[in-house]
Design a binder for this molecule. Structure first.
Ligand code: NAD
Length: 264
């Protein structure tokens, strides 16, 4: 028996990076996993590779193309996972974007792009998962991806920080409002994790003159991390599997920091 055997989970932003690692770790511990992402081709490949990888261990794998900021698409994704697995137990709201800009240059477009996916996408994901748990008449877990940027500001990423503070707020408010339905809401806040997101962030930072070369920002952050290095996605998944498991049933409204001691 794995730590999450028989649990039916959806992970968004699961075509790569942290979301993919969360989904794979859940599968390894016996859960059924729907990998969901806006990148439909890539998430299909990831799901198929994982279906081959865990073939025979009893866990089911499926995938969905979804824009987390689009309620109809989120409903369709949940409907699909429930059709395949029979129920939903755990919903990870992990999809997120960052697009650095100098504070004075931040545009309405930049703000809406980031807030729609990271903020509104989290709200819609929470609401629709909660509605599914209520329809089923079961308890359920909602797990949100916050960030170290949920507790302090950083240079050139004001809308991203605002969106990740919103995730903490939604986690606390959701925990309060949904407790009566036996639904818990938790989150986790990674520090700096080496994923492809950083390749895109580096390009933007260089474009606005905030970095000279790729990898510079991550290198500078490393010096502030007690563990002496940035995280890998696998550094995050012990915690996310715990949050998805029955072991965390008495936790709600909390954000777990996984930052290697960066905030101390
Ligand atoms: P990533 O860019 O590698 O992966 C994000 C995934 O989300 C991609 O596969 C992308 O296609 C998908 N996505 C983007 N917009 C979407 C949308 N509208 N609907 C559905 N899917 C969408 O990023 P990552 O580093 O794996 O980050 C995952 C989460 O962790 C994000 O919420 C991010 O803010 C958060 N986070 C990352 C770090 C880090 O250092 N990498 C640190 C703290 C928090």
């Amino acid at each position: 028996m794995g730590r999450v055997s028989g649990r039916s989970c959806i992970v968004t932003g699961a075509a790569r990076g942290i979301g993919r690692a969360i989904g794979e770790a859940l599968l390894d511990e016996g859960a059924d996993v729907c990998f969901a992402d806006i990148n439909g081709d890539l998430v299909a490949e990831v799901a198929e590779a994982n279906a081959r990888r865990v073939h025979g261990n009893g866990a089911k794998v499926t995938h969905a193309q979804v824009d987390v900021a689009d309620r109809e698409q989120v409903r369709a994704m949940i409907g699909h996972a429930v059709d395949v697995f029979g129920k939903l137990d755990v919903k990870f709201n992990n999809a997120g974007v960052n697009r650095p800009m100098n504070f004075l240059d931040v545009t309405e477009d930049n703000w809406h792009f980031i807030m729609d996916i990271n903020g509104l996408g989290c709200l819609i994901g929470m609401q629709e998962a909660a509605q599914q748990f209520i329809r089923q008449g079961t308890s359920g877990k909602i797990i949100n991806t916050a960030s170290i940027a949920s507790r302090q500001g950083f240079d050139n990423v004001a809308p991203y920080c605002a969106s990740k503070w919103a995730v903490v707020s939604l986690t606390q408010s959701g925990a309060r409002d949904l407790a009566k339905h036996d639904i818990t809401v938790t989150g986790f806040a990674p520090g700096v994790v080496a994923t492809e997101m950083w390749e895109e962030v580096d390009k933007d930072l260089m474009q606005i003159g905030a970095a000279e070369k790729p990898g510079q920002a991550m290198q500078e952050f490393s010096a502030e991390i007690l563990k002496g290095r940035v995280a890998t996605p696998e550094d995050i998944t012990g915690t996310t599997t715990f949050l998805a498991s029955r072991e965390s049933d008495y936790m709600t409204g909390q954000i777990v920091m996984i930052d290697g001691g960066m905030t101390l």
